[in-house]
Ligand binder design. Structure first.
Ligand code: ARG
Length: 589
């Protein structure tokens, strides 16, 4: 479907050209003075200089030609040369009715369907998920959903940190705790047990203990490094332990991501990229890009146009070990082979920006990725506590994601229990849905790159710019619809959207028209906050409409039926937005 703004441009074009002005001046925007008009055209201001006329004179000429158009309720020239536009209610209603007839609610899918890799989540195996991983999961999930809704072929990859020193630390700590295990018997030749030698809670205890020990105990740290090296060289007993770590940890990660309503198409990790490293290094050498510097192998990435200095990207340490950048480059080689993506989006803490600049530049320079393939680094800011510092537990530790979610859900549970609107058997599930919307909206409503303050009390409020507020509006619509169909019978069909007869009705229709363009903007800007903003404005438009109009008690049945059509569509729009952000709305609240 064409965007309403484009239709306005089409309608105004003959008026401009008819007066002798170039059509490039026909630019339309949403009004920044909604009290005066709905859309505005500033073309006369732009044309004034080129034609040596006063803007207001041009505006008046154009208006005299455009004002007969059935598309507009009013077309006005105002000082110093704006053209203020109001859409005719009939035309608007027809447009909105067309939206209602479309599955994607007016969004036009781009002709070229892209294959897109969204790299997000990025959990480190065997280390508990902490709030730092929250943002990547929440933002990435939403970007995946938005991209998919646009019609693209999207692959979400969790890209686990599953190949680092933490593995050696766990292996050596396990040796200290259970030296009798066959993995540590160099002469053992039998099969290794299929049962893991630890549970998830033991594993969660092993890693922090080992990490703490390595900070005090030099010999232990060396053992861990050695073990990591042996694992990476394929030493069978350590590979066997590694597999156990992976399976126990992954089961737990799936569960935790599941609680966040976050799912991945691929559960790949750094380890999967390892087989591609030797070929990558050889390729970089052959192309004359990688050279030795102080024993290490590096690739220059500086460009003439840089305003600051970028250090070369180290792709191999002097001892031959691969680094984080090597692993990301090798992953690109793998992804190109498997999917040949048209776009890459990485959702990672913004403190890793330099790393990604280096990786992207090497990838392009070496021709691993086509020159015109967008490689987007969406670096997000920190989630802070109310004191302004990074979010911590009460005793100053790193907050586990699981506990954070649990504590929000408990708060919400108390609140909805007190309100007594939710049936007992729905309380738990409802608290989870509201808690998740509170958490996610609190995050996603900010521009991703910015830091934000985690404020439970504000996030879970049913009022203001919050996730629960929007859920509340959806629940309200659900309840109106439920009562309506109880009165009229479930089979009652929807009638067409009618021309708006009040400002609030019109404002709601205008909000609905903006759905498609909003999703498009959110996709091209990689910006879920656009959806939040839109969703909140649409929920407000509904609320104003609801406050001003009786719906169920409306005596005119035709009018009532048209209202029902409008709020049904409003609900579809809001539900879709919720889904794009990875949230759901409950039945009662
Ligand atoms: N595991 C990394 C971390 O915790 C994040 C991974 C991000 N993705 C990537 N392709 N490097 O810092």
């Amino acid at each position: 479907m064409k965007k309403i703004m484009d239709l306005i441009v089409e309608e105004l074009t003959p008026a401009f050209t008819g007066c002798g002005y170039d059509e490039k001046y026909v630019r339309v925007t949403r009004s920044n003075r909604p009290d005066l008009c709905e859309y505005q055209c500033n073309g006369a201001m732009m044309a004034a200089k080129a034609y040596g006329k006063k803007p207001i004179d041009i505006a008046r000429e154009v208006v005299s030609l455009a004002s007969g158009s059935p598309m507009f309720l009013s077309v006005e020239a105002v000082m110093p040369g704006f053209i203020n536009l109001k859409i005719s209610p009939e035309c608007l209603a027809e447009y909105v009715e067309n939206i209602a007839g479309e599955e994607k609610l007016g969004l036009t899918e781009p002709e070229k369907k892209e294959t897109i890799i969204v790299d997000y989540g990025g959990a480190n195996v065997a280390k508990p998920l902490h709030v730092g991983h929250l943002r990547s999961a929440v933002i990435g999930e939403s970007i995946k959903r938005i991209s998919r809704f646009m019609g693209h072929h999207v692959i979400g990859d969790v890209h686990l940190g599953d190949w680092g020193l933490q593995m050696g630390l766990i292996i050596e700590e396990l040796r200290d705790r259970q030296p009798e295990l066959p993995y540590f018997d160099e002469s053992y030749e039998g099969k290794y047990p299929s049962e893991p030698p630890f549970t998830i809670s033991e594993l969660e205890d092993i890693y922090p203990a080992a990490s703490a020990k390595s900070k005090k105990d030099e010999a232990f740290r060396e053992r861990a490094q050695q073990a990591t090296f042996r694992l990476q060289s394929g030493y069978p007993p350590f590979r066997a332990i590694w597999k156990h770590i992976m399976s126990v940890s992954l089961a737990d990660l799936r569960k935790n991501y599941g609680k966040l309503n976050v799912t991945f198409d691929l559960w790949k990790g750094e380890s999967d990229a390892q087989p591609y490293i030797p070929g990558l290094i050889a390729d970089l050498r052959e192309k004359g890009l990688a050279y030795e510097s102080e024993g290490a192998l590096v690739v220059d990435i500086a460009q003439e146009t840089d305003s600051k200095e970028y250090p070369p990207c180290i792709v191999q340490k002097s001892d031959g070990a691969a680094l984080y950048a090597t692993s990301d480059l090798a992953t690109i080689v793998e992804r190109e082979k498997d999917f040949h993506p048209d776009r890459y989006i990485y959702v990672v803490d913004k403190r890793q920006e330099l790393h990604f600049i280096q990786v992207f530049r090497v990838a392009k320079k070496a021709g691993l990725v086509r020159e015109d393939t967008p490689m987007i680094f969406l670096g997000f800011g920190t989630m802070n506590g109310k004191d302004g510092g990074p979010f911590k537990t009460r005793d100053g530790g790193v907050m586990r994601l699981e506990y954070l979610i649990q504590s929000i859900n408990e708060e919400v549970y108390k609140k909805i229990q007190e309100k007594q609107k939710v049936p007992d058997d729905e309380l738990q599930r409802t608290a989870e849905m509201i808690g998740l919307a509170a958490l996610k909206y609190g995050d996603l409503s900010n521009q991703a790159t910015k830091d934000y303050v985690f404020d439970v009390d504000r996030f879970i409020s049913f009022e203001g710019n919050t996730g629960p507020h929007i859920q509340y509006m959806i629940v309200r619509i659900k309840s109106i619809l439920e009562k309506y169909y109880e009165q009229k019978g479930q089979e009652t069909e929807l009638v067409p959207i009618r021309p708006a007869q009040s400002d609030t009705e019109k404002a709601l229709q205008l909000a609905i028209c903006r759905f498609g363009e909003t999703v498009e903007t959110a996709f091209y800007e990689t910006a879920p906050h656009r959806i939040c903003q839109y969703m909140s404005e649409t929920a407000d438009a509904f609320n104003n409409f609801y406050q001003e109009n009786k719906i169920l008690s409306e005596p005119d049945e035709d009018k009532k039926a048209a209202y029902i059509s409008l709020i049904t569509l409003t609900k579809r729009v809001l539900d879709t937005c919720m889904d794009l952000l990875g949230m759901e709305s409950p039945e009662h609240m």
